[in-house]
Structures are given as structure tokens and as C-alpha cells.
Design a protein around this ligand. Structure first.
Ligand code: UDP
Length: 231
């Protein structure tokens, strides 16, 4: 049963890497692809942003210029989208990869109209390359694109199954929130998304659901409104 009509799914780079923490874990990607296929078959429009942390982060290097390091990070997200898009095709879906900068014939330049057309035709729109600018994150790109594409909600798939008042790995008494305002995330410095992304989502009233990727069918449950994650 569908709860949302159009969603933006954010996958972290590490989530794709599985246990190995770097590169790709094919089984994990196939599991994600099959779940997204269920959603698309139900008539939910899906766009996807993928992080780059399984390859590179702008802050990975203290020796090279930050702008150049961030460019490498943005290209890492393009590689991730090309790989995951191919896995989606392998399970029988149509996909398109959009970037905010030209990558020759490998991707298409992002446009709201083209991304919406792709989703309306039961294709999954991969939004690669972040915002196209250094000093930003894929979290910010996620919120920006979700607003631009009039998504109902951002589905943030994480290693952790929700937002806690303290780190559950360190504190067994940590309490999970069912609902928390983005402002409170900032006030309590819970570090779930970065400041720029948080401010953009507050300004534009874009809701987010944070949930654990590893739980069975967690993406399907999230899109159907049956998740035990944190809104
Ligand atoms: N990045 C960027 N601009 C963007 C999006 C990403 O410069 O709009 C770069 C940045 O270097 C970042 C890397 O791409 O560290 C990978 O993105 P992600 O958001 O996954 O990084 P993380 O938040 O894990 O550092």
C-alpha cells in the first residue's frame, strides 16, 4: 500500500560497501534494487542520491586543495550511481543518471523536467555529483533535489535504525526518537545531517525519515509509512 507518491532515497556510500566499508557489495545493492522495484511497481516515483564515502571524502586529504578533494568526492558519487544504476537495470528497472555538470555521454545534465519525466515513466532518477559545488555534501544535495522535485519525503537509509539521544554503541540506555524536529537535531547537536542541509530542510519544510538499511524490506516499509525509524 503506498503512502507517498514521490520520494527521494538517500543511500550512504558506506551502506553500499557492506561489511567491507569500501567499494561495492553486490548483494547489498541487489537487495536495494529489488526493494525499489517493488515501490516503482506500486506506482511510487523514486529518485536516488548516493554518497561517496565508500571511495573518498573531501576531508580525506590534508595535503591537497579542498576544492580538488571535493571534486574527487563528487566524482565518487558519479561512480556509485553508474554502478547502482546498472544493478537496478539488472533487476529489470529503467534508470537515468543526472549530474549538475557534464560527464560526456556517461550521464545527462540535471533538469527538473527531465528527472520528473523519467520518474513518471517508471524510471528511477539517479541524482549524482552532489550539488556540483565544493564545500557541500550529498546531504545538502539530497534536500535541495527533494525540494526541487517536490518529493513528499526524504528516505535516509543509514547503518543505524533511527535518531538516538546519544550513541547507542556507547550508551546502552540511549533512547530512540520516533519524531524529532530538524531544529532540535541542530540544538542537541545530534549530528544526523550537516547544518546546510538542515537549514534548507527547515526553510522549506521538507520531512525526512531516517531508518536502518540492513533491516529486511526496510526501504519498502519506509515508503509505505510502516518504518520504525525516526521522522
Ligand atoms: N561533495 C561536494 N559537493 C557536493 C556533494 C559532495 O564537494 O555537493 C564531495 C565532498 O568532498 C564529500 C564527498 O563529495 O566529502 C562525498 O559526498 P558525501 O556527502 O557522501 O560525503 P560525506 O558526507 O560522507 O563526507
Amino acid at each position: 500500500m503506498k503512502k507517498f507518491n514521490r520520494v527521494l532515497l538517500k543511500l550512504s556510500g558506506e551502506a553500499l560497501a557492506g561489511e567491507r566499508k569500501t567499494g561495492f557489495d553486490e548483494d547489498t545493492c541487489i537487495r536495494v534494487a529489488k526493494q525499489v522495484k517493488t515501490l516503482v511497481d506500486e506506482g511510487i516515483e523514486v529518485s536516488i542520491v548516493i554518497g561517496g564515502g565508500n571511495f573518498w571524502r573531501g576531508r580525506s586529504s590534508e595535503t591537497i586543495d579542498r576544492t580538488k578533494a571535493d571534486q574527487i568526492g563528487m566524482l565518487a558519487t558519479v561512480m556509485n550511481c553508474i554502478y547502482v544504476s546498472e544493478i537496478f537495470r539488472y533487476v529489470g528497472m529503467n534508470t537515468k543518471i543526472f549530474t549538475p555538470f557534464s560527464c560526456g555521454s556517461m550521464t545527462e545534465l540535471f533538469s527538473k523536467d527531465e528527472a520528473l519525466a523519467c520518474m513518471r515513466n517508471k524510471g528511477v532518477a539517479f541524482l549524482a555529483g552532489g550539488t556540483g559545488h565544493p564545500y557541500f555534501s550529498t546531504d545538502t544535495a539530497t534536500v535541495l533535489r527533494a525540494i526541487e522535485l517536490d518529493c513528499d519525503i526524504i528516505l535516509m537509509a543509514k547503518e543505524i535504525d533511527g535518531v538516538y539521544d546519544s550513541d547507542p554503541k556507547l550508551n546502552p540506555e540511549a533512547k530512540k526518537y520516533d519524531v524529532i524536529s530538524t531544529q532540535e537535531l541542530l540544538d542537541k547537536k545530534l549530528g544526523v545531517i550537516d547544518l546546510t542541509a538542515a537549514v534548507l530542510s527547515i526553510d522549506n519544510k521538507m520531512p525526512m525519515l531516517l531508518f536502518g538499511l540492513s533491516e529486511e524490506d526496510s526501504i519498502i516499509k519506509a515508503a509505505q509509512g510502516n518504518s520504525n525509524g525516526t521522522i
